[in-house]
Design a binder for this molecule. Structure first.
Ligand SMILES: NC(=O)c1ccc[n+]([C@@H]2O[C@H](COP(=O)([O-])OP(=O)(O)OC[C@H]3O[C@@H](n4cnc5c(N)ncnc54)[C@H](O)[C@@H]3O)[C@@H](O)[C@H]2O)c1
Length: 254
């Protein structure tokens, strides 16, 4: 049996941990060659992937800095060939107040949660366009459609990711390249652990779980499976879409 991503050079930003690492694991299981770009050290993640016989590598870089992105993509293209799948996953939460937030803080959030995905596309697309094929999956969030107080301006940045996805999809549809978004709901990673730790309410986790129709929040692997499917040729007629992976959280009322 062949894998979903056999031989596909797959670049995952923020692949050192959380959803990004799960994407690397699932994509490797499906036959992909994995290259992680992350601001954090990737040695352990790469060692764990290689221990499972994956073809995995890592380039350190900050997706918010164009020079880092350009260098990372250049190194990958030079060493490994054309990028088949780009997963723009790296992101951060934000807990600012709209009145006291500084301009610099706003810029920091948008640099990672929106600009970084565009910079990655900017530098990866020329090789995809040259090859006449490729796929991009951007990780947005349930916050692109629903949000809650205290997380300003995360929803604005993630809504931007969905708009970026639609717009880019149209720009490159005629070149054999698909661009889609996946919007996870609550997923058990460091971001959610941090969110829970910030709350003074010891019952918050139970309330969150209770609010989910499926009675639980997602594992990173459940999100990663959808990202890899959407990024693969099996989803060959899907572009410009934003798929929710939220266990029904975002379709309920009241
Ligand atoms: N966990 C959730 O509940 C949830 C829900 C919806 C959306 N998301 C989104 O999923 C994505 C992954 O989230 P996660 O929960 O796995 O987070 P995480 O904090 O566990 O992992 C994020 C990874 O991105 C890397 N990263 C952060 N800033 C970077 C930068 N500037 N350049 C390069 N790498 C950078 C981090 O080092 C880390 O490895 C994010 O875009 C997040 O907004 C998460």
């Amino acid at each position: 049996m062949t894998g979903l991503l056999d031989g596909v050079l797959t670049v995952v930003t923020g692949g050192v941990q959380g959803i990004g690492y799960a994407v690397a694991e699932v994509a490797a299981r499906e036959g992909a060659r994995i290259r992680i770009i992350d601001i954090a050290d990737g040695d352990d993640a790469v060692a764990a992937l290689r221990a499972r016989e994956a073809d995995a590598g890592y380039v350190r870089g900050d997706i918010a800095r164009e020079s880092d992105v350009a260098t990372a993509i250049e190194r990958i293209l030079e060493r490994d060939g054309a990028i088949g799948l780009l997963v723009n996953n790296a992101g951060r939460n934000s807990y600012a107040d709209p009145v006291t937030m500084t301009e610099a803080e706003w810029d920091d959030v948008f640099a990672v949660d929106l600009k970084g995905a565009w910079l990655m596309c900017k530098h990866a697309l020329p090789s995809m366009i040259g090859a006449g094929t490729g796929s991009i999956v951007n990780v947005a969030s349930v916050h692109a459609r629903l949000t809650k107080p205290g997380m300003f301006p995360y929803a604005a940045a993630k809504s931007g990711i969905v708009g970026l996805t639609r717009s880019l999809a149209l720009e490159v549809a005629g070149r054999g390249i698909r661009v889609n978004a996946v919007s996870p709901g609550y997923t058990r990673t460091a971001i959610v652990e941090d969110y829970l730790a910030r709350s003074a309410d010891p019952d918050l986790e139970r309330q969150i779980v209770k609010a989910h129709p499926m009675g639980r929040i997602a594992t990173p692997a459940e999100v990663a499976e959808v990202i890899c499917f959407l990024g693969s040729d099996r989803a060959s007629y899907v572009t410009g879409a934003d798929w929710s992976v939220d266990g029904g959280f975002g379709v309920q009322f009241g």
